[in-house]
Design a protein around this ligand. Structure first.
Ligand code: NAP
Length: 641
């Protein structure tokens, strides 16, 4: 089991405590100490952080203030240990608020307080767990739920249904759980949000080895969650859903699956799609794809049998996946030719490849609530405060390199960082600096590895457009044929083709894909008209760009789905079908919101948009707003069947 939330006793020797404090994240440590001792005077005015910025973890505290804070922490921990290491009773709301205010250096708005308390999940309290049980509400009612997919969202949905006593089955096309972390095994795959935030709020792990753990650590985490939740026996592996059809007369979904034992039809009163957005590899629309005679594969289907030593490897694409595996390829291969169609913005994350320091780890596993306060700090640092940086000002004009003043400041920061790295190669600066606003497409996370890779002599960045794939390599429009030994497609996923290739037929024979007509929409990203009791997780317009972790969204979505099921049980209704007017009004607001964001107005290609150019993926508003909208279900939004 890799999910350790155990707290070790403090040692009698002061030396290891003092040593660990050298690596302490002080803005998180002092509230933790205030909480375990109940002594809020520790949150001294002279030790209040000035900022919450990922790039300035100690919040602008001077060296002198940091030394004082460490000394204070040492004295406090020693005294607490000597008094028996008894954790003070849970703090009052006023006290929690003071601790939060201290940590972020300003007053937390009232509206955020309940959300933040849930996220903090102190004392292992799972504030989002359903406090009801199906049988207690209606033991006779048949309420079987079929979940499609056992990735991060599917595991979560299964866990919550189990907590509520609702029978469910999970159908998973792969041989094990983990979804994206099961499939993407390319070298260098790691989570580009901090894993202290990219984890379930109620299943926080105190001993993450890295700030951004590699794929195998994330896979292990989700796999252990599935085991700990006790849901594995309800998962049918190596089984793929082919079609889902609603039987209106019986208010039941017939789900045709293909598994190791052949085809079968399962029945359920409700279906939860947890298939993810970045699930089906996308091959580029370049002439001759398939013509290359050497080994060729997509990044999500990495061919681990290949020995790259001495080989010339071509890579199409420079998105988040390619930016992670190309540096590793450059260590293994004789030559790497990178074919870039559109450049990216790179966000500096200094700790991207770093192990969590020994001292941090020690404190996280010896000081109760320290890890939770650090998660809170991260949550705040990456959350709603970032949205203004991607806002479109009223005087924005198509073609502008920034969408507004703050977006311009972001641009300067990112461009400055790239220029510094590539100072010696103006040609690379020219090729890599985008002429479009940051956040028009996904900003790639990096710690300088990308520009350093480009500077290697055997790595070539080619921006000449590809004309076609040939048996020997890639022909670019300037007439040059780039001969390759191996070709890797880092060309992303069919993100806007939600639920492809499944066929889903709802009320009155409505076909989900036809209804969407290439442009997926849903109410809250979760339900859509004509598909009663059919729920999406990570559905249309629930991807976040700059603020937060996608696990947070899944937790909100699952909470809403559970509210819907509870309503069905309590009301005795057979099904709920989203009202068209509610759905349409909601989507109008989403579209208007996205048009006020960099990714909405920009014309650069990105997986955020469907073929029509509409942003079908992204949520344009705050984390708080999504939480508020999904906290409860309003029956008035639905046709009751
Ligand atoms: P992506 O961001 O969609 O990048 C695809 C790349 O392929 C782009 O550079 C794109 O160029 C290029 N491409 C596509 N079709 C092409 C064509 N016909 N000709 C030339 N180039 C073409 O895909 P991804 O890198 O797999 O990342 C997808 C998303 O997965 C990320 O944005 C992120 O959300 C997620 N991800 C997360 C992590 C993580 O957290 N660890 C890691 C990897 C991926 P254009 O820019 O011109 O379209």
């Amino acid at each position: 089991m890799t999910i350790s939330r155990e707290i070790q006793p403090l040692p009698l020797d002061e030396a290891p405590i003092r040593k660990a404090l050298e690596d302490a994240h002080l803005p998180s440590l002092l509230p933790a100490l205030a909480q375990i001792t109940g002594d809020l005077s520790l949150l001294r005015d002279d030790l209040v952080p000035e900022t919450v910025l990922l790039t300035d973890p100690q919040g602008g505290l001077s060296a002198e203030a940091q030394a004082k804070a460490r000394e204070l922490a040492l004295q406090t921990l020693v005294a607490w240990r000597d008094a028996g290491s008894v954790v003070a009773p849970p703090p009052s709301m006023t006290d929690v608020r003071r601790m939060m205010d201290y940590l972020i250096g300003e007053h937390v708005s009232d509206e955020y307080l309940p959300l933040l308390l849930e996220e903090l999940a102190f004392a292992d309290k799972d504030a989002r767990a359903p406090e009801w049980n199906k049988d207690a509400i209606n033991a006779d009612r048949s309420m079987r739920v079929l979940i499609i997919g056992a990735g991060m969202s599917g595991i979560l949905a299964a866990h919550r249904l189990q907590q509520a006593g609702i029978p469910y089955v999970v159908v998973e096309k792969n041989a094990d759980v983990g979804g994206t972390w099961f499939e993407n095994t390319y070298p260098g795959a790691r989570v580009d949000s901090s894993n202290h935030a990219y984890s379930y709020s109620f299943m926080q792990k105190f001993d993450w080895p890295y700030h951004h753990s590699p794929q195998e650590v994330l896979l292990e985490y989700f796999s252990d969650c599935a085991t700990e939740f006790g849901i594995r026996d309800n998962i049918r592996f190596n089984t793929e859903v082919e079609s889902v059809t609603y039987d209106e007369g019986r208010a039941v979904w017939a789900v045709k699956v293909r598994g190791p034992e052949g085809d079968e039809t399962l029945e359920a009163e409700a279906v939860v799609s947890a298939v993810g957005q970045l699930n089906r590899p996308k091959m580029p629309n370049i002439a001759g794809v398939g013509a290359f005679e050497g080994p060729a594969f997509h990044s999500a289907q990495w061919d681990h049998s290949i020995d790259f030593a001495g080989k010339t490897v071509g890579v199409i694409g420079t998105g988040s996946s390619a930016s992670q595996f190309i540096p590793h390829l450059s260590d293994m291969a004789g030559e790497v030719r990178i074919f870039q169609r559109t450049p990216n913005w790179y966000a500096p994350a200094p700790n991207y490849h770093e192990r969590v320091s020994e001292g941090f780890l020690w404190l996280a596993t010896h000081v109760p609530t320290y890890a939770q306060w650090y998660r809170f700090w991260l949550f705040w640092a990456i959350s709603d405060g970032f949205l203004p940086m991607v806002e479109v000002d009223d005087d924005w004009q198509p073609g502008d390199e920034v969408t507004g003043k703050l977006n311009g400041e972001l641009r300067d920061l990112l461009a400055g960082s790239m220029r510094n790295y590539l100072e010696s190669r103006p040609d690379l600066i020219e090729k890599t600096l985008p002429d479009f606003p940051p956040a028009s497409k996904r900003i790639v996370v990096d710690n300088g590895t990308w520009p350093k890779t480009l500077l290697k002599e055997h790595v070539h960045l080619i921006t000449e457009p590809i004309e076609r794939v040939t048996p020997r390599g890639l022909l670019t429009e300037d007439g040059e044929e780039h001969e390759l030994d191996v070709l890797v497609y880092g060309t992303g996923f069919q993100a806007s083709k939600f639920l492809t290739p499944m066929k889903v037929v709802g009320r009155g024979g409505a076909d989900m894909h036809e209804q969407w007509d290439g442009d997926a929409r849903a109410y809250l990203g979760i339900t859509m008209p004509n598909f009663p009791n059919f729920f999406f997780l990570y559905g249309p317009n629930t991807n976040i760009v700059v603020n937060g972790s996608i696990v947070y969204f899944s937790e909100c979505e699952v909470q809403y789905v559970l509210e819907c099921l509870k309503f069905l049980l309590e009301s005795g209704q057979q099904a709920i079908d989203c009202r068209t007017d509610v759905h349409d009004a909601y989507n109008e607001r989403i579209d208007a919101g996205n048009l006020k964001r960099a990714w909405g107005v920009s014309s650069v290609p990105s997986w955020y948009k469907s073929d029509s150019g509409r942003v079908a993926q992204n949520w344009p508003f705050t984390l708080l707003e999504y939480w508020q909208q999904t906290k409860t279900m309003d029956p008035a939004d639905y046709v009751l069947l």
